[in-house]
Design a protein. Sequence first.
Length: 427
Amino acid sequence: MRATLPLLMLAALAVYAALPAQARAAAASAAPASLQVLHWWTSAGERRALNVVVNQLARQNIQWRDVPIPGGAGMGAGKVLKSMVLAGHAPEVTQLNGVIFGEWADLGLLLELDNVAVQGNWEKQMFPTVWALLNNRGHVVAAPLGIHRINMLFYNVAIFNRLGLTPPRTWDDFERVAQALRDAGITPLAQSGEAWQIATLFENLALAESGPAYYRRLFVGMDPAAYADGRMLHILKRLRRLGQAMDQPVRERPWTEVARSMADGEAGMFIMGDWAKGEFNAWGLAVDQQFGCVPVPGTGDYHLYSTDTLAMFAGDYAHQATQETLAQIVTSPAVQSEYNKFKGSIPVWRTADPHMDRCARDSWRAFSKGPAYQAPSLVHRMATDETTKDAIIAEVQRFFFDRQGSEEQAQRRLVSIARALSRGRGQ
């Protein structure tokens, strides 16, 4: 690992080390109705969205006791959460994205929200994919906030207008745009070397290569034959070619810093989830004015998704009423609309929100096509367990920076990883 993650982990563990004392102080002075919430929403756009929930909770006389953990994709937060639970200081509420909250539920630690779901008619009102994600062994164990589209390419409108460029829809288009940007002295693609951000490119390329069915064979099924397929070799070659469109050397930077480099005109394009749109908006930039958004080349019909969710630790059930109130608040239509407007994502309801901007409407239409057009994010825990995710991401980052190793060697390593993990699953 490079230096960035250890620094983030030190910050995260420092936060955790202070928690017992904070908890004792809170017990003595805070209002009885309060919820400690662990999450990794720390950017300007994320905080703006989060405040929608915090303010609504306050109207119900419930205090949101904030435990923000730095680190993109929740890498630090997951480790801090495990430490807190093992120490007997589990938060009342935690951000838990993807299949991982099923693991916590299987341990009997999560509050079941069945009554809230029935009262809110969640099963009929929510997208089927979201509803299925929330259920574990017949019980609802999380409350959803919104759906992110990760196959998004953002571009600097002023630069594209000045150079007479149109946003790329194919990879051949991308190469032509990248060359025009290079000729103008502009870095074509803003990028960080952080493992999860490199892996975001990789999962986008996997979706673009052959659609959701092949994508699911790779990341949900962990099918060794899919990794041995010629399509994987093509994905790895394209990932390496994309490196030529980036500023060198590719440094490990927070995604917000990378987004700023595109907004400031240092780079022309940026591939990232639509939470970047929420960040641009928080900086006072408007869609189709200062920045534009289109699907990543080759993925226009598809939706590479991640769902933000909150899970509640049951404990002694002393906080059940306030936890259920929070679940009701975050799934209410008004909060769904306002939260997702700031976050950059779309509501979990099947009915279209009339307040969505163009990027959000495109995302909603793609997701509405159903599971055949949807791909669960590997990076954001939608596709598989933590061990599998970490193994694939680490290998992808290693390949990206190892210029001496060939694509064929990387493919063989991925096949070996898939075989080992498949055996571990008993396949």
